[in-house]
Write a protein that binds this ligand. Sequence first.
Ligand SMILES: [Zn+2]
Length: 440
Amino acid sequence: MQHNECDLIIKGSYILTQDENRTLIENGAVAVCGRKIAEAGPDKEIERDWKAESVIDTGKSVIMPGLINAHTHVPMTLMRGVADDLPLLDWLHNYMFPIESGLTRELVELGAMLGCAEIAASGTTAFLDGYMYEDAVGRAVDQSGLKAVLGEGFFKFPSPFFKTAEKAWDTVKKLDDLFHDNPRIRTAVTPHAVFTTDPDQLAESMKLAEKLGLLWQIHAAESVPETKLTLETFGKRPIEILAEYGLLTERTRIHHCVDVTADEIELIRKSRAQISHNPQSNLKLGSGICPVTKFIAAGINTGLGTDGAASNNNLDMFDEMRTAALLQKGFLRDPEAMPAGTVLDMATINGARFLGFEDTGSIKPGFSADIIAVDMDKMHLKPVYNPLSHVVYSAGGQDVALTVCDGNVVYRDGKHMTLDVESISREAEKAVKWALKRLG
Ligand SMILES: [Zn+2]
């Protein structure tokens, strides 16, 4: 009997492949060679055709692509729960910004380590980040074994982080250079928002993104007060500003899009820009509800994100999928408005497109071996009629038993393989005193 050699075989009761046909394989297995998926199919066929150095049998489980978080600020785990029940602008200006202006590179790295530990343990393998000291975030991502697109955030100059445009652009270039040869890490040009920057600065930053061949991401149209503020300052709504200054392009990624008009959705569609949907953060900050079904109906690629842990307050993409599905059903009084399959697409294949990682988000040959297993042998997940229904409506991040990223096991059965979670937890507890002192 002739066997092909591979490094790892992962077995489980079901595989949700998220391929073009959303193929479901029962009693399936995935053969992994190095960083790539070699084959996925019924376990008998895979074990007949492949010989692996190691075999992980995940038992009664659902194997699926690692989830993709389209919008977060991982270091904000350090601010989880420091200020709740506040509107966006009050929360930002009176709580987040005063704490953040005192951040050090070491604290950012600690928050990112904590975030990466939570992300890996809850079945997410890639995320799009935006924060300060992203070189430190990159170190955490590199150590964790996860994938990320890193964005060094900037505000109107001068800011506590950048006195001039030259300094900001230089930092963005250096960040891109630093991770240029790392296959798991990319970067994005990251202005914070229309109301915290100015249009000329945004236009200049887009030129930089074009020159470096990077994505360009921004928060926009997150809430009605933001629109009001933007109208008062610039005489136009946030998406109108983006359109007027040539900032709606194929490389544009817009987070939130809660307060948008039909014309603005059309502007985004025509430009082939993409959006991220962040329902829990929008609900928690009382920002409103993104009309996400309109974006999807228009053919605009839409990812799903948690936003930072200070406005969510976790980084659990299973939790986020459930909210995304339920919210639109209730909002539109239509149980068919947001089916489980559409939500899972947002959190997998469409999220991968959003991040520009085109070879992840599905389990199929040649794709990156970014694979998770959800343990179905739990009371709240019995019986199983339809695994897709369970992963969206019944399971949570705590049900993840295995996380493999880029062919490497990063988390298995409650244990982190790449991060020292005990020391991360200990240090994170100490950050409480520091943050409260910043708030006086
Ligand atoms: Zn955000």
